[in-house]
Design a protein around this ligand. Structure first.
Ligand code: AMP
Length: 368
């Protein structure tokens, strides 16, 4: 079997490694020179929406998938007649636009923060009246890792944000004073079987995921989040892995967003689960039985952004995943996963990695 993957970044690379275990071949489309997944299969070097390249991929693969959610939906629909494309285009369409995504959550009775659609300055003023300050203004499309987002606390910040982003399709969201953030990852195969991973507790810095720990042992949250993910998977007739990110507020959950793909907050599953999210994504799209999502221990994952310090490389406490990218501030270069015998030991190991991470390389503007 051969899987065609649109995107050959680190997620494509980790899918490629998982494919080797299943004896599945991968082929990629990616515009970059020597992308991380280049060692995992042939790369057709081309733009993600290049019809000729996508047709060439579809013509030579049994099934297509994608590693990031900004692939043009129309481009996918165009090739879906040649080879099946999973996850389905409907899931991608909802996740590409925060307004459609919120409508979907509402339709499925998944609780979410208060929000308003913003097209004009009057809409913005009405949103302040409805949601109060602080609130978060987000672009409806192409925002990720906190990009395209403005937290506004007062009238001056409101003006400044409007100057920056007026003219784009926007939403305003109530500011959520969350206790912490979690994500729930689930998989559904072509036959409709589902598997849900234990919850991960996530810590973001400047909108970017810094650490994930799993399992989070709070059964009532796990139960609720799993039910939300199952309803998304079923409603969308989904095939593949999906990640739902949620805020925890005093025992309740509010959905933030979902990603129709393997997710950074599930990287711990390579070592921390009996079957990784990458293997289960491939199993799902190839309609193989899904693997067990049981934890192998208390997993902690730390993102390595901007640089992988020598101190981190010298740590001998976990698995270092170096994506092989050139170092640049704000760039996701790798991650390290540790497995503790207890949540406390996991915290201690994560703390050791954290000490080796240089915060100053974390963020840069306009980084992909
Ligand atoms: P997003 O790109 O929507 O996932 O946002 C990135 C991060 O910004 C989230 O993981 C939160 O840490 C924070 N954030 C986003 N929206 C809100 C909100 N409405 N209230 C509080 N924090 C938020």
């Amino acid at each position: 079997m051969r899987v065609g993957i649109i995107g050959a970044g680190q997620l494509g690379q980790m899918l490629g490694f998982a494919a080797r275990n299943l004896d599945v071949e991968c082929r990629f489309v990616d515009p970059s020179d020597n992308p991380p997944a280049a060692d995992c299969g042939k790369v057709i070097q081309s733009a993600f929406d290049d019809a000729v390249a996508l047709v060439a991929l579809a013509d030579t693969c049994d099934v297509l998938t994608y590693e990031f959610e900004n692939v043009p939906v129309d481009a996918l629909r165009h090739v879906a007649g040649i080879a099946p494309v999973y996850p389905p285009a409907a899931a991608l369409k909802h996740s590409q636009d925060r307004l459609f995504e919120k409508h979907l959550f509402e339709q499925l009775n998944i609780p979410l923060p208060g929000y308003c659609r913003i097209d004009t300055r009057d809409d913005l003023d009405a949103a302040v009246g409805k949601l109060g300050l602080p609130m978060v203004i987000k672009t409806r499309r192409f925002g990720y890792d906190g990009k395209g987002q403005f937290v506004v606390r007062n009238e001056d910040e409101l003006e400044a944000a409007w100057r920056d982003i007026a003219g784009q399709s926007l939403i305003a969201e109530q500011w959520v004073p969350f206790d912490y953030e979690v994500s729930c990852i689930g998989a559904r195969n072509v036959s409709g079987d589902m598997a849900i991973y234990p919850l991960a507790r996530n810590h973001h810095v400047d909108g970017i995921l810094r650490t994930s720990r799993s399992p989070l042992d709070v059964p009532q949250l796990t139960e609720k989040a799993s039910a939300f993910v199952e309803s998304l998977l079923e409603h969308l007739e989904y095939v593949g892995v999906l990640a739902l990110e949620l805020f925890v507020v005093g025992g309740d959950l509010l959905a933030n967003e979902f990603a129709p793909r393997v997710h950074n907050s599930g990287h711990w599953s390579i070592e921390g689960s009996e079957t990784s999210q990458f293997e289960n994504h491939l199993r799902a799209i190839l309609d193989m039985p899904l693997g067990s999502t049981a934890s192998t221990g208390h997993a902690g994952m730390v993102n390595l952004i901007g640089e992988i310090s020598n101190a981190t490389r010298e740590l001998n406490i976990g698995e270092l995943h170096d994506y092989g990218k050139a170092a640049r501030p704000g760039r996701k270069l790798g991650h390290m996963t540790v497995i503790g015998a207890s949540p406390e030991q996991c915290d201690e190991l994560v703390g050791k990695i954290d000490k080796c991470v240089n915060q100053s390389t974390w963020r840069v503007e306009n980084e992909a």
